[in-house]
Design a protein around this ligand. Structure first.
Ligand SMILES: [Zn+2]
Length: 206
């Protein structure tokens, strides 16, 4: 199986209306998917704080309902939250009406705790053009680099080498999930210190 750490240009070209990076910005955009999770998210927040880094958390509705206070802490500490669906459905395998309903359910879980966001990241990055068209009220945020932190067949050392190739404006995906935690604990501090040393800032997508 081929794992792309950097999103292939052909994929970006196929979906030109989605956000893949912010080429004009002098920052790195770290994103964390599949939380919130009490243990992992808190750890990530502490790591980010060490360098004053801000990031964006794409949360699942079902996890927001389980750990609402963690989602609120994320916002209180200056980070952004985006919608990652309620049940983490693949757009390719889900009927449009059900897919849109699931995104709405995640918005409702966020509204319930006083959070509003027009950011959406499709679970697995899988979304049909028709679904994109129907999601006009959302900014759909993809990524230019993925860490593969959740994949036990990828060593954290390899992730670090590949992610260090990112440049200002790039959007990097991590996961604040139990599955990714082992590798994330190795990768994230290295990546933070690498770009910090290069003089880049870490900004939330707002
Ligand atoms: Zn996800």
């Amino acid at each position: 199986m081929i794992r792309f750490f950097k999103t292939p240009w052909i994929v970006r070209k196929w979906y030109p209306s989605l956000t893949w990076s912010f080429p004009d910005r002098q920052s790195i955009f770290l994103t964390f998917d599949d939380g919130p999770n009490p243990e992992v998210t808190e750890w990530v927040l502490d790591e980010l704080d060490k360098l004053g880094a801000k990031a964006t958390f794409f949360c699942e509705g079902n996890r927001i309902e389980r750990s609402p206070q963690i989602a609120q802490v994320v916002v209180r500490r200056g980070h952004a939250i985006g919608n990652h669906g309620f049940h983490h459905l693949s757009g390719w395998r889900t009927k449009d009406s059900q897919y849109l309903q699931d995104i709405k359910a995640c918005d409702e879980a966020l509204n319930e705790i006083g959070i509003k966001s027009d950011l959406f990241r499709p679970p697995y990055g899988r979304i049909k053009k028709r679904q994109i068209h129907k999601l006009k009220s959302k900014r759909i945020i993809m990524w230019s680099y993925v860490s593969w932190d959740f994949d036990s067949e990828v060593s954290p050392e390899e992730s670090i080498i590949r992610l260090k190739k990112a440049q200002s404006g790039d959007i990097i995906v991590f996961h604040d999930s139990p599955k990714a935690f082992k590798n994330l604990q190795v990768i994230l501090p290295e990546i933070l210190s690498h770009f910090h040393t290069k003089g880049l800032k870490f900004e939330a997508i707002k």
